[in-house]
Design a binder for this molecule. Structure first.
Ligand SMILES: Nc1ncnc2c1ncn2[C@@H]1O[C@H](COP(=O)(O)OP(=O)(O)OP(=O)(O)O)[C@@H](O)[C@H]1O
Ligand SMILES: [Mg+2]
Length: 161
């Protein structure tokens, strides 16, 4: 199974979510590899710090996580979306980011109509107005929203204790 993380916007947390999913699948007993399509190499470098496992992009894994560069114009983003079984658009709750998330959802639908597409709100602070409004904002992104109960950082803290 290929899960592609993407966003039109930089810095919304694609690589962070990619790494958290990697840890979550490992804890669930699945074999998982990250393929980093972003020249910045954030997730590859971070993974080398937390996991000595050598990543073999063509190896047999239960789950392949594809991290992508910021922006939809990169060929790497389009290729990673075309290969996806599941495409997760990562966004912050800020209005401008949500508009761009809707564009990213359209991008997935245009490039890979068979992919399951979901939107994940990251960097959510529930004690702010934007944080309280995300259920409402999520109605405007063009795809189902992965329920937000915890921020990625809170999930990570729960995972590592
Ligand atoms: N839920 C969160 N809470 C707090 N900080 C976060 C959270 N998610 C990500 N960050 C921080 O935000 C910054 C950007 O995250 P990250 O590198 O994962 O984004 P990205 O979308 O992969 O960026 P790029 O577009 O540059 O590849 C990092 O400093 C990261 O630690
Ligand atoms: Mg990144």
């Amino acid at each position: 199974m290929v899960i592609t993380l993407l966003a039109k916007k930089g810095g919304v947390g694609k690589s962070t979510v990619c790494l958290l999913l990697h840890e979550a699948f490992k804890k669930a007993g699945k074999s998982v590899a990250i393929q980093d399509w972003d020249a910045q190499g954030t997730s590859t470098r971070a993974l080398s710090l937390i996991d000595s496992q050598r990543v073999m992009p063509n190896g047999e894994y239960d789950v392949h996580l594809y991290d992508t560069p910021p922006g939809l114009e990169h060929q790497a983003t389009a290729a990673a979306v075309r290969s996806a079984d599941i495409a997760i658009v990562v966004t912050s709750p800020a209005p401008a980011d949500i508009w761009e998330a809707a564009e990213a959802v359209e991008f997935v639908k245009a490039n890979n109509p068979d992919a399951v597409v979901r939107v994940l709100f990251n960097k959510v602070r529930r004690n702010t107005l934007l944080g309280r409004l995300i259920e409402e904002s999520g109605k405007n992104v063009g795809a189902p929203v992965i329920p937000v109960h915890l921020s990625a950082r809170e999930c990570y803290q729960h995972a590592v204790g």
